[in-house]
Design a protein around this ligand. Structure first.
Ligand SMILES: Cc1cc2nc3c(=O)[nH]c(=O)nc-3n(C[C@H](O)[C@H](O)[C@H](O)COP(=O)(O)OP(=O)(O)OC[C@H]3O[C@@H](n4cnc5c(N)ncnc54)[C@H](O)[C@@H]3O)c2cc1C
Length: 524
């Protein structure tokens, strides 16, 4: 048995960032991770063949690069090996009619592509880009502040002061809009609308869901204004740097160390019991980077002592799942729509708003979508160090899929467990890519397929393969994430805090929940 100031359940990047800050403030911190590898959804492995490095989950590290944590600790992270690979040609969509549209960091490039679809849309884009920084100030302040009535009031006051009442209402309206509502009133080209709408599908914002517009808006404007970044050599560069910071500051990280129980006495968290039977004491805080369903009746066998909180943790809603297909390739896909697509970090195959809505609805109904949305990541187009010379990896994210399969929208795959159908479904995905990039199959040197169930096996926070650890719809975001009254990373158990994607401000690699909690506990 050892005693620490803070004990962390799980080594996701939020826990690592939180532990790093607290350790630098003099706290004795220990992180217990059940897997053999730390990083949770951010890991890089040779899943297919030696020398081919695949990002298990997150590939785009822009949120981390732009985070408050990175701003504060850029030097320390660099000392511990953090390296980014900047991206100029950020995201594009290829369409069945042979056309494509893409957003590059160079405004003239993006605008001239836009003009090929609509002169009005090109002008609108320039106007949006010019107005982005004044708008972003408020959105980033909102997303980068602790979620409390007070913080919200501060953001609203600043917004009103800078933009006036009407301007503030416009920002509020954007935050409430569905992707379709915003895109249809802003752009006239269906190709442009579909290209931007695909970003909502990275979360669980199909085009018709209220609150979805802000993600495509921010991704488009951020990519246009600042580009994107990947991790040099793999996304795990950020995890190695974070863990380096933790251990250099005296923190301990144990792998293969599943936490079976958070011990509680007198309404206060006192430490953890590991699956191995070992106990460890936490004198100041236990910080759980877990999905809400792991708490009541599991890590907290007797519950939290607050029936409302326990019910909310059980009712927490997860989003549809993801399949990941990692390919080792002889060369990049031959995109029918244009060779320029080979330069982009992401090529989305999501042909229209209606197709995306249908895919989401099929997944929600338990059906295997006949035409899933595909995010085709081409990291080696930007960072060739991830594969042997001249070779490539493809990172294919298949959105959105049911956790439990009740049927097949295409009527071809008999419903069964994911282990039984995943290879057949991966063939459907490869057929789709092949229809946009003929000859893909002949270029494949190796493949690794992770079904939604496999994702959850790797990391239990990815419930049913939900890559964002809980729906981000309005009723489960802002003051409601993970539940009303608990958006401040607190729980009814004194000294027990939550961090991670299930907590405000949600999923992504921005380390925001971990860093804000760390500042709350240990000061700035
Ligand atoms: C396929 C996929 C693609 C993604 N792509 C991107 C992207 O490109 N860009 C982006 O910004 N975001 C992306 N995301 C989202 C982002 O990666 C996650 O939201 C984020 O990494 C979650 O971090 P976290 O701190 O919540 O912890 P997690 O990464 O969820 O890690 C939690 C850790 O806790 C461990 N754990 C759980 N229970 C226990 C226990 N009882 N005892 C010990 N350990 C435990 C788990 O094993 C895991 O290692 C993606 C996610 C996925 C899955």
């Amino acid at each position: 048995m050892s005693e620490f100031d803070a004990i962390f359940v799980g080594a996701g990047h939020n826990s690592l960032a939180c532990a790093a800050h607290l350790a630098l403030k003099g706290w004795k911190a220990a992180i217990f991770e059940r897997s053999a590898t730390i990083g949770g959804a951010v890991q890089t492995h040779e899943f297919t063949l030696p020398g081919f490095r695949h990002d298990f989950g997150a590939m785009n590290l822009s949120l981390f690069a732009g985070s408050a944590f990175h701003r504060k600790y850029a030097n320390e992270l660099k000392t511990h090996g953090l390296e980014f690979a900047p991206v100029g040609d950020c995201f594009a969509s290829a369409f069945p009619d042979g056309r494509w549209f893409g957003v590059s960091n160079d405004l003239e490039k993006t605008a001239s592509r836009l003009a090929g679809f609509s002169a009005a849309d090109a002008a609108t884009w320039r106007r949006l880009v010019a107005g982005f920084m004044p708008e972003a100030e408020h959105l980033f302040r909102l997303l980068g502040s602790p979620m409390s009535g007070r913080a919200l009031a501060g953001t609203a006051w600043n917004l009103w002061r800078k933009k006036g009442f009407s301007g503030a209402l416009d920002t509020g309206r954007l935050l409430l809009s569905s992707t379709r509502a915003w895109l249809e009133e802003t752009f006239e080209s269906p190709h442009v609308r579909a290209t931007l709408a695909a970003w909502g599908m990275h979360l669980d914002f199909a085009p018709d869901i209220a609150g979805g517009a802000v993600f495509p808006y921010l991704e488009s404007m951020v990519n246009q204004s600042f580009g994107m970044v990947l991790g040099k050599g793999g996304a795990d560069t950020m995890i190695r740097a974070l863990s380096g910071m933790v251990t250099a500051a005296g923190g301990k990280i144990a792998t293969g160390a599943e936490v079976a129980e958070i011990t509680v006495a007198g309404g206060r968290a006192t430490g953890v019991r590991l699956a191995s039977g070992d106990f460890h004491i936490a004198s100041k805080a236990v910080i759980a980077g877990v999905a809400p369903r792991a708490l009541t009746g599991k890590l907290l066998p007797d519950g939290s002592g607050d029936a409302g909180f326990d019910a909310a943790m059980k009712k927490f809603r997860y989003a549809p799942g993801t399949m990941m297909i990692h390919l080792a390739l002889d060369e990049l896909p031959d995109w029918r729509a244009g060779a320029e697509l080979r330069q982009f970090a992401y090529v989305h195959l999501a042909p229209s708003l209606d197709a995306m809505s249908r895919t989401y609805q099929q997944a929600m109904a338990g059906m295997l979508p006949d035409e899933p949305v595909l995010v085709v990541g081409q990291p080696t187009a930007i960072d060739p160090s991830r594969a042997p010379e001249g070779k490539h990896v493809l990172w294919v994210q298949v959105r959105m899929l049911p956790a439990e399969i009740l049927g097949d929208a295409a009527g071809k795959i008999a419903p069964d467990r994911w282990d039984e159908v995943k290879q057949a479904y991966a063939e459907r995905v490869l057929d789709i890519i092949d229809s946009y990039a003929p000859g893909l199959r002949q270029k494949i040197l190796g493949r690794a397929v992770f079904s939604p169930l496999d994702l959850e096996r790797e990391n239990p926070n990815l419930v049913g393969g939900d890559q964002v650890c809980g729906s981000h719809h309005l009723t489960q975001n802002f003051l409601f994430r993970p539940a009303r009254g608990y958006a401040g990373w607190n729980t009814p158990v004194a000294n027990l805090h939550l961090t991670g994607a299930a907590t405000w401000p949600g999923a992504g690699t921005g380390a925001a929940s971990g860093y804000m909690l760390a500042q709350q506990l240990g000061g700035n």
